[in-house]
Ligand binder design. Sequence first.
Ligand SMILES: Nc1nc2c(ncn2[C@@H]2O[C@H](COP(=O)(O)OP(=O)(O)O)[C@@H](O)[C@H]2O)c(=O)[nH]1
Ligand SMILES: [Mg+2]
Length: 198
Amino acid sequence: MIIDGLHKILQFKVVLHGPGMSGKTTFIKSILRRFGKEVLSTESSIKRTLNCDYGVISIPFNNWELKVHLYTTAGAKYYQVTRPVILSGCDGLIFIADSQESELINNVFSWKELSHYFKSELKRIPKIIAFNKQDLSNKFEEERFLEQVKNDNLLNHEILNTIAINETGTVEAFESLMDLIIKSFNILDFISQIWDIY
Ligand SMILES: Nc1nc2c(ncn2[C@@H]2O[C@H](COP(=O)(O)OP(=O)(O)O)[C@@H](O)[C@H]2O)c(=O)[nH]1
Ligand SMILES: [Mg+2]
């Protein structure tokens, strides 16, 4: 979090992470569209995320402004080196799981990457697990994923079902994450105390 007391702006970094093709780009576009914003992305010729997608959302909050910087991590395995840079200093995570049976193992692998990167700090970070592609029929049981990651610092989280291609649950995921962030950082207390000081 970055605090700008003069202009009453709190800035947050939120990262959408998950395996390649799970729907991260579709998801971030859907969130930004609902806030009247566009994604700035670097896409390669085969339309896979090259570096990352990025966008900013401003939310009025008790006379303050919450400015949320949204990023996606690069999905392709060969961009593994760029992911720690994107993940560093994030205040909240949306884990986009691909709910197709064939993707279960890739979801677990992608979560382990988070756990490996953040270690026990992952417990503290507010996070949403979005089981995306709910419109498809060949889905795995969510418990099978949760069972495999529950020992990897799965706390301070909420679980949602989403269909990013038709914008189902995407904004709800973002709003739930912001609620978790506001609670985790005690933003309301913080704002009222800052107010007392001025
Ligand atoms: N059926 C279905 N397809 C989806 C959904 N979300 C994304 N996709 C598709 O999955 C593919 C990969 O999506 P993309 O956003 O590029 O994934 P990324 O690699 O994680 O950024 C694209 O063809 C999307 O249209 C969804 O909820 N349901
Ligand atoms: Mg992408």
